[in-house]
Design a protein around this ligand. Structure first.
Ligand code: APR
Ligand code: ZN
Ligand code: ZN
Length: 362
């Protein structure tokens, strides 16, 4: 039976979002309807509403979410009604070449739910952000997008693992392969970079240098485990990172801004045979020029990290458990909890330096 719920819809390019009535159909084969309990506000939602991702308006926004399974369609065995789950962007196939090589985020054959949620007022089909659409009381996803985790965790914290926080932690522990005793530099300490600081600490890094242009972000990074901070408005970050690592550069440098100058800094701040991890998302026109001798001569690796190279079934339950044991401070990421009708104002608070994440709690 189709259900009517409230959801946050981006009606058109650069138009403010609004709360609308949304129709959620019964789950079909392989699908699940999830009652959303919390969903974080991410830059990607803002990019959708600005028309920066696709033109498939109207969008049902929200994609950093946790909730309980409400109903499952025929053939679903992974989850059952009542399960507490974190949602992820894509249900990967597990069988293609990318999946079999342990790189599921490059899966060729993902099975997300068909976009069958509509606006109640006129029946227009909605495009769910990142195949999720979770600024809504309920949403329809593929069952493979649901990962069951310990329900003792707060939904607001759990939801954040579905996107930005996982991207940052995973950039350090999965893509960067940070190990015990390593030195790490994180350039850009917003939501993603701060999570990379946390991931580096979890992995046992000895030195973690946080770089930002905003002292409030640097103070927050220190609380999460950065051992040194550099304000790159005041100091050349490449020189400062070298100085703080015995003149060498960091074993792993994580770029979490997404600008040509910070990509370049990351590249030159790494030690010989060090690893650079690009997490910041570039725009199509961005380029940087690097002398090949600098690439060759310094050795090491230049990597990009998509969704923290995470495997949701492996990483979400592990990180929730660490958090519940008091070994991973994820509470610091929830700056404020808000209602569905406050998403537009939360977009305005992004980039003010005050907020790591606003989280809609339902
Ligand atoms: N040098 C250092 N830090 C900078 C610079 C700079 N030149 N310019 C901006 N910053 C800092 C900001 O002060 C902010 O703390 O980078 C941080 C960016 O953080 P957010 O705006 O919160 O963005 P976040 O959600 O963390 O995402 C960062 O990763 O996943 C991608 O698309 C995302 O490209 C974006 C990046
Ligand atoms: Zn996101
Ligand atoms: Zn696959």
């Amino acid at each position: 039976m189709t259900q009517e719920v409230r959801g946050v819809v981006a009606p058109g390019r650069n138009e403010p979002v609004r709360v609308a009535r949304v129709l959620v159909p019964d789950p079909g084969p392989g699908e699940a309807v999830v009652r959303v309990l919390a969903c974080g506000v991410c830059h990607t939602d803002l990019h959708y509403r600005e028309g920066g991702i696709t033109d498939d308006f109207p969008f049902l926004l929200g994609h950093e979410a946790a909730g309980t399974v409400d109903a499952v369609g025929p053939g679903v065995t992974e989850v059952a009604p009542g399960d507490f789950v974190i949602l992820n962007w894509r249900a990967v196939c597990g069988r293609c070449r990318a999946c079999r090589r342990g790189r599921p985020w490059y899966c060729f054959d993902t099975h997300n739910a068909r976009q069958r949620m509509t606006l109640a007022e006129d029946g227009t089909e909605l495009t769910p952000a990142l195949g999720i659409g979770a600024f809504a009381e309920k949403t329809l996803v593929a069952a493979g997008q649901c990962t069951r985790v310990d329900g003792a965790v707060s939904p607001a914290v759990a939801g954040l693992l579905g996107c930005g926080v996982m991207a940052g932690i995973g950039a350090a522990i999965n893509t960067g392969g940070v190990g015990r005793g390593d030195s790490v530099a994180v350039i850009g300490c917003g939501g993603v970079g701060s999570a990379a600081v946390l991931g580096s600490r979890l992995a046992g890094a000895a030195r973690i240098v946080a770089v930002d242009i905003d002292d409030r972000k640097l103070a927050a990074a220190s609380r999460l485990g950065a051992t040194h901070t550099v304000n790159s408005r005041e100091q050349d970050p490449v020189e400062a990172i070298r100085e703080l690592t015995g003149g060498f550069g960091a074993d792993v440098v994580i770029e979490a801004v997404g600008r040509p100058e910070t990509y370049r800094q990351a590249f030159y701040a790494r030690d010989l045979a060090g690893t650079v991890v690009l997490v910041g998302v570039p725009t199509p026109e961005m380029t940087i020029e690097l002398p090949l001798l600098d690439v060759f001569g310094r050795g090491g690796a230049l990597k990009s990290s998509w969704y923290g190279d995470c495997l949701p079934s492996r990483d979400f339950p592990m990180l929730v458990d660490l958090h519940l044991q008091g070994r991973l401070d994820l509470d610091a990421f929830v700056s404020e909890t808000i209602a569905l009708d406050e998403v537009e104002s939360a977009f305005g608070r992004m980039g003010t330096g005050e907020v790591l994440r606003s989280v809609v709690v339902l």
